[in-house]
Design a protein. Structure first.
Length: 598
């Protein structure tokens, strides 16, 4: 079955990790039923949706192995399915054609294989080949969708028909819930208006077959999340479904709904306001997992959660939910202040690692924390928890005279955090200059340099170091310091324009910001900043600078207006549960910049 592997120059081909000379051994292992070999192939000839030159050469052997006596036939079909669905580059086309050549094998397995898992996987692979592949594909899928005895196979065939653009409305009447559900999903993907019957099936049958959904070849993540993702941009329907499922009598369905609420919440801006009431009601659910996910998603609903502070406070007091504490702290709620002050008073026995986000949200409103935080810093775990408390102590308004002795004692162990807080304190931190000078000598980075300048106002030595840093090997941190120095560093402006086109995005961005701060000349700066207008740390820097520039940044108006008016979340990074807050901050920044520009 694999005797001709030697005919391929595998070492001359590449996959995700370099030369493909390991493929013969992996294919032989796959023939012997080695699960690790299949896992390795998923990582190298198909990697996170990308295929490679070696992929098309490996596919014919994968097709042969579908009939191997020890092969994981369903697993191989799954890999072929993923390869067929890869992008549209040259390697992708070659790999797709190679998979399509196996259609007769997939048709035979769909029609006659004794295992329902293999028949379902064969249906999915046929669907992945797309409309351009004929050869009896649609007829075979229609036969399986109506005639196979197993509901999972019928459901997989219905999904495959939908991918091919074939009609599936007749399968809304299947006697089993799973094929009905996949028919409704296929119609939702294909049609602009979804029939009421399909909507009813989504609401009723998704809960009815939670365990069955997991057997579908396309399944990933969580059953109800998978259903919602199948609805693509039908956000109002997603919100309606989550709201209905949160009232379901089965606790497993309510748990799944509370968890799945994150899907529309993190992608569609109106979802937060529409889901918050239902999530707030679910906080009172007697099932622990239901209220846990409800609290988490309510807490991460941004400003929409403000109206439900009482429910979050109950979760904080009764269940010690960290996300509830953090949400209340971000609202400036005095109940979070009291809770966190009690935690600080209990150090070192209290666990504060999980409350980092809450301490990061503290501000001048936190009277109770202000009274105890300085004394708590030495008892906090070293590293991030202690550094977070030092920063929070300054934000809540601890007097410099009280905070400085603590910071000076921590200078050796936490130099960067200490330097940043000392710089924020400015001239009132002058007595800590010896520690900052020691940090500078120890190579503590630009934080110490910037702090010394902010305390003393002496620019000479700072700018000499910056000039050396940006003339030789450019350090983005030096450019950030230069931007902070502003017009006082005007003599260095001529070094910056050549960095605007740097491949290092951080370097290009901060060079542009520094140039504006040094020269107040917007002409060369605005085109650079426009490249960074997306929701993320760099985008926030760019949009702030565009606002500072004002009317001369008019070219940014269409992008900023689109960001403000879009119904969709704008976050670009993998921010997880922080997505709503990041998006709200981004929208506020864009709105403020628009006002200043216009």
């Amino acid at each position: 079955m694999l005797d001709d592997l030697v005919r391929v120059d595998w070492a001359g081909l590449t996959h995700a990790y370099g030369p493909a000379d390991d493929l013969p051994g992996l294919l032989r292992g796959l023939a012997q039923g080695d699960d690790d070999a299949l896992f390795e192939l998923y990582g190298n000839i198909w990697h996170q949706g990308t295929v490679y030159p070696a992929t098309a050469y490996a596919v014919p052997y994968l097709i042969r192995l579908l009939d191997g006596p020890d092969s994981d036939t369903a697993g191989i079909l799954g890999l072929l399915d993923e390869i067929a669905r890869a992008g549209a580059g040259r390697e992708d086309a070659a790999a797709h054609l190679a998979v399509a050549a196996g259609l007769p094998s997939y048709l035979r397995l769909l029609a006659a294989h004794p295992e329902q898992g293999v028949r379902a996987a064969a249906a999915a692979t046929i669907g992945a080949l797309g409309q351009a592949v004929a050869g009896g594909a649609s007829a075979a899928l229609r036969q399986a969708a109506t005639g196979d005895s197993d509901p999972t196979v019928r459901a997989a065939a219905v999904l495959a028909l939908g991918v091919r653009g074939d009609g599936v409305a007749e399968h809304l009447d299947d006697p089993a819930p799973l094929p009905r559900l996949t028919a409704a999903l296929a119609m939702a993907r294909a049609e602009s208006a979804l029939p009421a019957a399909a909507v009813s099936i989504l609401e009723r049958d998704a809960p009815a077959c939670l365990g069955d959904i997991e057997r579908l070849p396309e399944f990933d993540d969580d059953p109800l999340v998978w259903v919602l993702r199948g609805l693509r941009h039908r956000w109002e329907l997603q919100v309606d479904l989550v709201t209905a499922w949160l009232r379901h009598p089965d606790p497993a369905v309510r748990e799944g709904a509370a968890y799945a609420a994150e899907e529309p919440l993190m992608h569609w801006r109106p979802a937060a306001g529409r889901l918050a009431p239902a999530l707030a009601a679910a906080v009172a659910d007697p099932e622990k997992k239901v209220y846990h996910w409800a609290v988490r998603n309510l807490a991460n609903a941004g400003r929409a959660a403000t109206a439900y502070a009482d429910q979050l406070a109950a979760a904080m007091d009764q269940h010690r939910e960290a996300v509830a504490v953090t949400a209340l702290a971000r609202m400036g709620d005095p109940r979070a202040d009291a809770y966190l002050a009690a935690v600080l008073a209990a150090l070192p026995d209290a666990d504060i690692d999980r409350l980092g986000g809450a301490f990061d949200a503290l501000g001048p409103w936190a009277d109770r924390c202000r009274a105890v935080i300085t004394g708590a810093i030495p008892s906090a775990p070293a590293g991030r928890p202690r550094e977070g408390l030092m920063r929070a102590a300054h934000r809540v308004g601890v007097p410099a005279a009280e905070l400085l002795p603590v910071l000076r004692r921590e200078a050796d162990r936490h130099p960067r955090a200490v330097a940043r807080v000392l710089g924020d304190l400015g001239p009132s931190a002058a007595e800590a200059l010896p520690e900052l000078q020691a940090m500078r000598r120890a190579g503590a980075g630009w934080d110490a340099e910037l702090a010394i300048w902010r305390i003393t106002g002496a620019t000479g030595e700072l700018l000499a170091r910056v000039r050396a840093a940006i003339s030789d090997r450019v350090e983005p941190e030096a450019l950030e310091v230069l931007a902070a120095a502003g017009p006082a560093a005007g003599d260095l402006a001529g070094l910056l324009p050549r960095k605007f086109d740097s491949d290092d995005a951080r370097q290009a961005l901060w060079a542009a910001v520094a140039y504006w701060n040094l020269t107040a000349d917007p002409v060369p700066v605005v085109p650079v900043l426009l490249r960074f207008l997306n929701c993320g740390p760099r985008g926030m820097v760019a949009v702030q600078c565009l606002g500072d520039i004002g009317p001369a940044a008019e070219a940014a108006v269409p992008v900023l207006r689109a960001a403000v008016e879009s119904p969709y979340r704008q976050w670009q990074m993998s921010v997880g549960e922080d997505g709503v807050r990041q998006d709200e901050a981004w929208r506020d920044a864009c709105s403020a910049a628009l006002a200043r520009i216009s």
